[in-house]
Design a protein around this ligand. Structure first.
Ligand code: ATP
Ligand code: MG
Length: 756
């Protein structure tokens, strides 16, 4: 096992230690979905984590259907769950289990608890149970049934199981502590009566175990070593340990919690996703706008991209939201190297080349991959044939009658290169009754053929298809499902934040090669994004293409001023066209927040930086510090070609840690890079890596005295007036403390010590 594997995250650290101490014969983890809905991207994180850790430590990971609730579970969901985990590329071998298969054993263990006198049948009503549990500020009250004899408990429980009582009349509870500050330990309920049919056990049972009881026992039965769950189960760990303490001997499983993943612009909760499906806001669980794995697969995401994403976000101990741009980055990064390039026109505008001979066509050889991709080890040198002729379609948005400032594409009288073909000049535009361009009449320049151009003319290249061979196709352009990063924030109905434009369907044309490509090919359509045929609706007769992802973050379509620009596909950020606008925005930002204008220029230059800046300041962080961090460090990350994992919550926390003197400036930069790398909260990084500054004057004085003793010569020189040596001593103390000494405190103590 490599060292990097061991130190990748705190969970691996825990497992690594258990391996080192040989606490378990085999490391066994499990992924325990409840078959009450489709898996979503949040589950992918847990899958990658559980299977990944098992693999890293030569162990295994079980797939367990956590199916103890008869009311919501279905076989359809079981099948879909299995299908999706296999699709992601994970294999549990023979270790597929069902918690419902353990019902008999769970029942036997309940009898053991009763026999030990640590579980009892409570006959209070639900209402009384709730009331007597107390609250966070009031302790609970013991149930009047708490002291039933073992024999009576046993008898009642057996009769519960045999169907002698109606729902809600009795429950089995653990004897915890009604005075415990942990509410979960106030006599947790282990079993309820529920006369309901289970999708697997049918009517065999009319009592069902609760999660807190069923989960630890299932783990123990399967000899799980490490049971990873999300943070909201923090308080349930006490029940887990209580049960294990009564029922199991070492080696026993332990529960560890990590932060649930939340993804911006979507919701990851089966319950909420089910609402979207039921209320028909989407076409189904696999509607390509959904965050379910089935939907991502249908949209065209690759398993590799999802695994990369899940690994990239890492494991944190505090709740965090992940920018969906990271998921988009992962798929772009994957497809850039594997998706052949093709041309398609989504919103066609006809062009007639008046000087091209009638009936003449030319076959062009176009490369399937650009050279920069091939140089980086992706793609290949293959070519395809594309027909060029007298009439063509170009993209409507590549022509402008009244172009905005800085426009580089076609205008009346202007020139443009048709990619891989010739430069053409727009001589005449025919408009329809509404004043919309209906046809462009142009002349081509025979001397400008791509690769053989002798004219030295410069023109922007645009994509096109020849009308003679163009194949009609439907394009489905997806955008984010919700129009705000946190759809649940500030509303009791998250559905109000649905993005009304999350699906735009249009008719256009593709080049003929696409009709002959293998069925599951993913293409990069020049300048339009990555696409593939929708697995449900596309047919060989009529292609229906899903846009998997745009070529760049389309949410950058927000102009630097923060206003949405009218044309969605207009790419405006750092081009010449927006220079003057950017500096106007910079001036405004600088003025509004009183920050450095040069920094404001950098921040307004990119929408991610602008958002990060504003959001962090909104969280109450000092604008000057935020500005410095965003324009320097965050900007560097983007320049590096990375997507920002670092968010406003991280940054404001980091600034606070620095302001509180817990870390120094240099350490803070190191922490920031770690946050970017792992998505962990800054405080966690500081904690895990022991980066806290030393501010304790006594400890610092110790370092100072050691240093002064170690350098008597320099000390003498200082005393005789060479006060510049203050820097020398500061450096030595810093070195000795690993850079952890609080600089201001050190300066004071050092000056005092030198003066005495
Ligand atoms: P949901 O809230 O969507 O219903 P859940 O936690 O109830 O999710 P389960 O089927 O019980 O769904 O989850 C199976 C496993 O996946 C659990 O171990 C759970 O902790 C993990 N998991 C679920 N959602 C997330 C998430 N957003 N991030 C990380 N892990 C998750
Ligand atoms: Mg659940």
């Amino acid at each position: 096992m490599s060292e990097t594997t061991l130190s990748k995250d705190f969970l691996r650290d825990i497992v690594g230690e258990d391996v080192a101490k040989e606490r378990y014969p085999t490391i066994i983890t499990r992924f325990p979905p409840e078959p009450n809905g489709y898996l979503h991207i949040g589950h992918a994180k847990s899958i990658v984590l559980n299977f990944g850790i098992a693999a890293d430590f030569q162990g295994r990971c079980h797939l367990r259907m956590d199916d103890t609730n008869p009311e919501t579970e279905e076989t359809e969901y079981v099948e879909k769950i299995i299908e999706m985990i296999q699709w992601l590329g994970y294999d549990w071998g023979t270790h597929l289990y069902f918690a419902s298969d353990y019902f008999d054993q769970m029942y036997e263990f309940a009898l053991v608890l009763i026999q030990k006198g640590v579980a009892y049948v409570d006959s209070q009503t639900d209402e009384e149970i709730r009331k007597n549990r107390g609250s966070l500020i009031e302790t609970g009250v013991d149930s009047p049934y708490r002291n039933r004899s073992i024999a009576e408990n046993r008898d009642l429980f057996i009769r519960m199981k045999n169907g002698a009582f109606p729902d809600g009349t009795h429950v089995l509870r653990a004897k915890g502590d009604m005075g415990s500050p942990n509410m979960k330990m106030r006599d947790p309920i282990l079993y309820r009566i529920k006369h309901a049919s289970h999708y697997r056990t049918g009517d065999k049972w009319c009592i069902y175990p609760l999660y807190d009881y069923a989960h630890p026992i299932s783990d123990a039965i399967e000899h799980i070593s490490h049971s990873f769950c999300t943070l909201e189960f923090d308080n349930n760990r006490a029940i887990y340990d209580w049960l294990m303490g009564h029922l199991w001997e070492a080696p026993r499983p332990y529960q560890y919690e990590f932060a649930r993943m939340n993804l911006d612009y979507t919701v990851v909760s089966k319950r909420k996703l089910l609402q979207l499906v039921r209320e028909k806001h989407v076409s189904g669980w696999d509607d390509p706008r959904m965050p379910t794995l089935a939907a991502l697969r249908r949209r065209g995401f690759t398993p590799a991209s999802i695994r990369t994403f899940a690994e990239k976000i890492g494991v944190a101990k505090t709740e965090n939201r992940i920018d969906i741009a990271l998921l988009e980055w992962a798929i772009r990064n994957d497809l850039n190297f594997s998706a052949p390039r093709r041309m398609a026109v989504l919103e066609p505008l006809k062009v007639v080349l008046t000087n091209w001979p009638e009936d003449q066509t030319e076959v062009l050889q176009l490369q399937n991959f650009p050279s920069d991709v091939i140089e980086k080890g992706g793609g290949d040198h293959s070519v395809r044939e594309v027909l060029f002729g007298k009439t063509l379609y170009i993209e409507r948005e590549d022509f402008a009658k009244n172009p905005p400032k800085g426009w580089k594409r076609l205008i009346p009288g202007g020139e443009i290169r048709l990619k891989g073909a010739y430069i053409i000049r727009c001589d005449e535009v025919i408009y329809d009754a509404d004043g919309r361009a209906a046809e462009i009449r142009a002349t081509y320049d025979p001397a400008t053929k791509s690769g053989q151009d002798t004219t030295g003319k410069k023109a922007t290249a645009i994509h096109w298809v020849s009308t003679a061979t163009a194949i009609p196709a439907t394009f489905r352009l997806y955008d984010r499902l919700f129009s705000v990063p946190d759809p649940e924030d500030g509303t009791d109905d998250f559905k109000q934040n649905l993005n009304p434009n999350s699906l735009v369907q249009i008719q256009g044309f593709v080049e003929p090669a696409m009709a002959h490509d293998p069925p599951e090919t993913r293409w990069q359509l020049e300048r339009q994004g990555y696409f593939w045929p929708d697995p449900v609706d596309s047919t060989p007769e009529h292609l229906v293409l899903n846009r998997i992802v745009t070529l760049r973050d389309s949410w950058e379509k927000l102009a630097p001023s923060g206003k949405a620009v009218d044309k969605p596909k207009e790419k405006k950020t750092t081009t010449q066209a927006t220079r003057s606008e950017a500096s106007e925005a910079a001036k405004q930002l600088a003025q509004q927040y009183g920050i450095d204008l040069r920094q404001a220029e950098i921040i307004t230059h990119r929408i991610e930086l602008t958002n990060l800046f504003r959001e962090t300041v909104d969280l109450g962080a000092d604008a000057t510090s935020v500005s410095a961090w965003v324009s320097n460090e965050a900007n560097k990350i983007l320049n590096d070609g990375q997507t920002l994992v670092l968010n406003a919550t991280h940054l404001s926390a980091l600034i606070q840690l620095t302001a509180d003197g817990i870390i120094g400036a240099t350490t803070a930069k190191q922490v920031l890079l770690e946050v970017q790398e792992t998505g962990k909260a800054p405080a966690i990084v500081v904690e895990e890596q022991g980066l806290q500054q030393i501010s304790d004057p006594d400890i610092i004085l110790g370092f100072v005295q050691d240093t002064l003793t170690a350098f008597p010569e320099q000390l003498a020189q200082y005393k005789s007036g060479k006060t510049q040596l203050l820097g020398f001593f500061t450096g030595k103390v810093m070195q000795a403390s690993g850079g952890k000494v609080h600089a201001t405190v050190l300066r004071r103590i050092l000056t005092e010590a030198l003066a005495s």
